[in-house]
Design a protein around this ligand. Sequence first.
Ligand SMILES: [Zn+2]
Length: 159
Amino acid sequence: MKKFIFLLFLVGCGYSHSEDLTPITYEPLYISLWHDGIPLFVSSDASDPTIVVTATKWWNDQTGLELFNSGTSNKVYIVKDSSKVAEDKEGISEFISENGNLICKIFVTSYRIGLIKHELGHCLGFQHSSNSDNIMLPEAPDYGTISQQMILDLQTDFK
Ligand SMILES: [Zn+2]
């Protein structure tokens, strides 16, 4: 069977010296991506999967939703591959369509907890935030939080 893969969009993340932050004026913009519901199955090549488990559990605990579980066809792949990430970034998320299914693919330079939480946020549909303590800051801080508006956005879309 012929396999069609196309790139929907890319988001580069992590520490950057070339990128200026926009003023702190907005909440992360949420895009509804998953037509058959948000829950996402995450698979990863992590040699120590506890970071990925910690990050998915964090999203679930913070939102009170079961966003990440195994009983779904919506998929997230996390791969450590620095060659896919720009030199001044730590991670990148891309959405591809594979045999009609939307897949979120994450490439990282390391399994840093803030970075994994942040990239999972992109897979859920969040863009970058400029709010000082938000997990969706481009720097993907380990201490980053989820705002009430983000929880409301997810609750609205959660199935
Ligand atoms: Zn990002």
